[in-house]
Design a protein around this ligand. Structure first.
Ligand code: SAH
Ligand code: F3S
Length: 450
């Protein structure tokens, strides 16, 4: 059997697409291999969100060039966002690449690989195509968590972001196809699903009849075997009271929301075209906390957006303190071709970005640690997903707010189960706990919001 080595960069949506590609190529008799050295086909599923992501891909392609010299029959392919953004330029810069294809061509990957193999000529497929739900995936024995893409594309046009260029228009998959996929996953043993979309809370408005994410969550909630439902990424602009109520009311939906703020300064938010102000964002946070007490929040922030001054940056720092995020992802602004911000004149020097980056991380770490400590002494429902990395005698799992908890399972086999665990200590990257007895069940229900 020919062997496929698949390298995935970037977001969860890419991970999802890679699974589909592995599944489709398995139908063409390709078997997955962990090493590039013994592969017959090497595919790189790429990310273009920041320049650094692209640099990684080009340096990997540089290494693979040598491999191809030793094993000339090996085919090298580039898929995903860089394929869509750079198209033929990828093969100009890295001539060892045999095929380049965008997301729309994923469903035809088998045919594209066969064509590259048969003709020996470069293959380039980056056009648009109708949306198809591909359900092929590799056999995942014992997989407890899975991603499910519910919509593609984004039409928001934030001035820093390349996604509208690489992922195209907003297109939602039908509720029926999504529920069918979740059912299949549950039957294969999956306990937690994460519904994915670039602006997942805009789900369904392009469908006929139109629907929304809240309605979809209710449908997914009915799937037997699924314990937890997450969804990402939500845009503050599209966060409706109905969705906030769904987080409270739909039992399997976790009390955790990733809500990218990007900047705490109205001036910068305006230039980013985010469509909300800092006051509006704080209003949403207040509504979330009132409706879903104890809700955990995380966010994305950009430092060094063109024209960002010290005072703007301080407003971002202030928002991190005010909101009290569980987790913060900080990115240094990166100029992306074809985006409005790339040609703004007041670009911020790299050393200022670096300084703001470390300052913000410092504050975010302190704020996140305080949130962690607040969990000490509470009994929380933990979905057990493996053994602890540091101590194989211990079990590991996650809270509904997605924190890692390690605890002594006293030899019990708990994989895939939800068990009550008393949180005894908050460490920098995880929590420690003790298995709580059956008597703790009542308290678990009472604290299920965490
Ligand atoms: N759909 C999501 C964002 C997807 S990109 C949303 O609604 O926000 C993931 C994160 O990458 C973004 O939230 C942003 O913080 C960061 N990002 C996007 N473009 C960037 C750029 N040009 N430079 C730095 N960070 C960027
Ligand atoms: Fe990008 Fe903004 Fe859409 S960050 S993915 S254009 S919501």
């Amino acid at each position: 059997m020919p062997k496929l080595h698949l390298i995935t960069y970037g977001c969860q949506m890419n991970e999802y697409d890679s699974e589909r590609v592995a599944g489709l190529l398995r139908d063409e008799r390709y078997e997955l291999t962990e090493t590039a050295q013994d592969a017959d086909l090497i595919l790189l599923n790429t990310c273009a969100i920041r320049e650094k992501c692209e640099d990684k891909v080009f340096s990997r392609l540089g290494e693979l060039k040598h491999l191809k010299r030793e094993r000339p029959h090996v085919l090298i392919g580039v898929m995903g966002c860089m394929a869509q953004l750079w198209q033929g330029k990828i093969q100009e810069r890295a001539p060892s690449v045999d095929l380049v294809f965008g997301s729309a061509a994923v469903s035809r990957v088998g045919e594209l690989v066969a064509r590259a193999r048969a003709t020996g000529a470069p293959v380039l497929e980056t056009g648009e195509a109708p949306l198809v739900k591909i359900t092929a995936r590799p056999e995942a024995v014992g997989q407890l968590k899975a991603f499910v893409t519910v919509m593609e594309g984004c039409e928001k046009g934030c001035t820093f972001c390349v996604v509208p260029v690489t992922r195209g228009r907003e297109r939602s998959h039908s509720p029926a196809s999504i529920v069918a996929e979740v059912r299949e996953l549950a039957a294969a043993g999956v306990r937690e699903v994460t519904l994915l979309g670039q602006t997942v809370n805009a789900y369904g408005r392009d469908l006929t009849p139109a629907t929304d994410l809240a309605a979809l969550l209710e449908l997914v909630d009915e799937v037997e075997g699924i314990e937890r439902i997450r969804f990402t990424t939500s845009n503050p602009y599209n966060l409706t009271p109905r969705l906030i109520r769904a987080i409270r009311d739909v039992p399997k939906v976790v009390e955790y929301l990733h809500l990218p703020l990007q900047s705490g300064s109205d001036r910068v938010l305006g230039r980013m075209h985010r469509g909300y102000t800092r006051a509006r964002y704080l209003e949403l946070i207040a509504e979330l906390e009132e409706t879903v007490p104890g809700i955990a929040l995380s966010t994305d922030l950009i430092v060094g957006f063109p024209g960002e001054e010290e005072a703007d940056f301080e407003q971002t720092v202030d928002m991190v303190e005010r909101v009290g995020y569980d987790n913060v992802f900080v990115f240094r602004y990166s100029r992306r071709p074809g985006t409005p911000a790339a040609t703004m004149l007041d670009q911020v020097p790299e050393e200022i970005k670096a300084r703001r980056n470390s300052r913000l991380l410092e504050v975010a770490t302190r704020v996140g640690a305080a949130r962690s400590r607040a969990l000490e002494g509470r009994v929380l429902p933990i979905l057990v997903d493996g053994v602890s990395r540091k101590n194989p005698d211990e079990a590991t799992g996650r809270t509904r707010c997605n924190r890692v908890v390690n605890f002594d399972a006293h030899g019990r086999r708990l994989l895939g189960e939800v068990v009550p665990v008393l949180i005894t200590q908050a460490l920098p990257h995880s929590l420690r706990g003790e298995l709580a007895g059956a008597g703790a069940e009542g308290r678990v229900l009472a604290t299920a919001a965490v």
